[in-house]
Ligand binder design. Structure first.
Ligand code: CMP
Length: 141
């Protein structure tokens, strides 16, 4: 099934000039970027996006990190895009991420982990709608 998923190139990766490298890796994995923009999130935007983590010990520092500089947000489309992109990213903790995954190659820590991806069809739908209107998405399929 052709799916869409939501992706973020986080502030640590934008700061290290890795946008193009990460886009290359995404495209080489068979995913198509069908929407994209650069944003600098407000505190309110970051808190709303990560609302499911409210109350967790890392929430405040996560919001501070995600508002610390610009990010790239993308919609990715492809066969099994949600799991395909999760496999490409590797585990949240770069020390547990498999060799050759984005987080193994680029993440600096559990928090500064370079990329985000939706973890389920429901979160993909919510996350895409959080940042993109229908007219900003240019699907091939
Ligand atoms: P992300 O996939 O964007 O989802 C939540 C983010 O919280 C996660 O990536 C990490 O950047 C950050 N985070 C920081 N500490 C933790 C933790 N202990 N467990 C999970 N996520 C964490």
């Amino acid at each position: 099934t052709i799916e869409r998923t939501f992706s973020i190139v986080k502030p640590d990766a934008v700061e290290r000039n890795l946008i193009g490298t990460l886009y290359q890796r995404i495209e080489s994995a068979g995913l198509r970027i069908v929407a994209a923009k650069m944003l600098h999130l407000s505190k309110e935007q970051a808190e709303g996006f990560y609302a499911e983590h409210q109350g967790k010990p890392f929430f405040a520092s996560l919001v501070e990190f995600m508002t610390s500089g610009p990010i790239m947000v993308q919609v990715l489309e492809g066969e099994g895009a949600i799991n395909r992109y999760r496999e490409l990213m590797g585990k949240t903790n770069p020390e547990e991420a498999a060799c050759g995954t984005l987080r193994a190659d680029y993440a600096e820590s559990m928090q500064y982990n370079s990329v985000h991806g939706s973890d389920s069809p429901g979160s993909a739908e919510r996350e895409i709608a959080y940042f993109f209107t229908a007219d900003e998405i240019h699907p091939r399929c």
